[in-house]
Design a binder for this molecule. Structure first.
Ligand code: NDP
Ligand code: OXD
Length: 309
């Protein structure tokens, strides 16, 4: 039994070093080095190369290095019986919450516009908004959405949420299912997308949805680029219905050089950094699942294949 780490970014070395340091008794390989493929039972992956998982005949589990698993499901060749796990981590949730709070405050107080003004040496005071005027609507009330709701409420925001199933969250009304989507949208001055990317949620941030939001709403997408129809967002910002958007994730990453989001004055973009899996915090849960796998025990944080998250 052994672990292979598959990720195509520069972090592969640090993850391997940290895993080996925490579990010197386990054989752990980077997929870039020579390794005995038939021994691999756990593959820890982040945006793996297409079809690579087929090379491991005795694979028993695929673990995402992040909260999302959409990139794993893209590989249609993964056998149904192999469980997929993901990261559920208070550090990841706390980081996401801080990031979204920063984006919201920067919108309320016009900080991005002032940066643009500064570069032009323009002294141009603008009207600002107050926390008490704002209802934040969170799409996706899972591990990240719920923590965000609690933190925003602590900071004085009114918060509503939307998920597939009803939830009890003190001081936050949570709407459930498609029948309650429009009422949820009509109350959201700031809309935050924290949905998983599935067949049902692909392209959900589109002109039909934007139309239901109150005038001058602000849209934040920190989930996946595939949730957003880019042209529809541009149309609804340019026609004045939306006040702007904060986007951390894109259909293609890095965002292509010629994409209009780069230079749009009302769109704040960041390079998929809202919340990044913390090595120290995530490694114990990867190793705990590896040990459970070895002992034939049920794994933590498994994904529901049918739902896609
Ligand atoms: P969870 O699986 O814990 O939560 C997902 C939530 O979305 C649940 O509340 C679920 O409802 C709801 N949901 C799913 N499908 C639908 C639907 N069709 N309609 C309505 N609600 C739906 O996910 P996490 O909170 O852990 O993560 C969310 C996403 O955030 C990840 O999938 C990832 O893509 C993204 N992410 C982005 C990061 C970044 O840096 N930008 C970092 C980390 C994550 P229910 O509870 O009823 O099942
Ligand atoms: C994740 C991410 O899914 O970083 O964890 O996007």
């Amino acid at each position: 039994m052994a672990i292979v780490i598959i990720r195509q970014d520069r972090k592969i070395g640090s993850w391997k070093k940290a895993l080996v340091a925490k579990a010197p008794d386990i054989s752990i390989y980077s997929y870039l080095e020579e390794h005995p493929k038939e021994e691999i039972t756990l593959a820890c992956v982040w945006k793996q190369p297409a079809d690579i998982l087929k090379q491991y005949p005795n694979l028993k589990c695929i673990a995402s290095f992040g909260a999302g698993v959409d990139f794993i499901f893209k590989d249609q060749s993964i056998p149904e019986h192999i469980p997929i796990t993901r990261v559920v981590d208070p550090v990841l949730a706390g980081d996401m919450s801080e990031f979204v709070l920063a984006l919201i405050l920067s919108f309320l107080k016009n900080l991005n516009s002032y940066k643009t003004d500064q570069l032009k040496k323009a002294w141009y005071p603008r009207e600002y908004k107050r926390i008490s005027d704002i209802t934040v609507g969170i799409m996706g009330m899972g591990a990240l959405g719920e923590e965000l709701a609690v933190d925003l409420i602590k900071n004085g925001f009114k918060v509503i949420g939307w998920a597939t199933s009803p939830k009890e969250i003190p001081e936050a009304e949570v709407y459930a299912g498609n029948s309650e989507k429009n009422i949820f949208l009509s109350r959201s001055n700031i809309l935050v997308c924290l949905l998983p990317l599935t067949q049902q949620t692909t392209g959900i941030l589109n002109n039909k949805l934007f139309k239901e939001l109150p005038k001058q709403s602000y849209v934040i997408n920190v989930a996946r680029g595939g949730h957003l129809v880019d042209e529809d967002l541009l149309e609804y910002i340019n026609n004045g219905h939306l006040a702007g958007a904060g986007l951390d994730v894109f259909h293609e990453e890095p965002l292509p050089f010629e994409h209009p989001f780069w230079t749009h004055p009302k769109i704040q973009i960041t390079p998929h950094v809202a919340s990044v899996s913390d090595i120290e915090s995530v490694i114990p849960q990867l190793l705990e699942n590896y040990r459970k796998l070895t002992e034939g025990k049920p794994l933590n944080n498994t994904v529901n294949r049918e739902k896609g998250y």
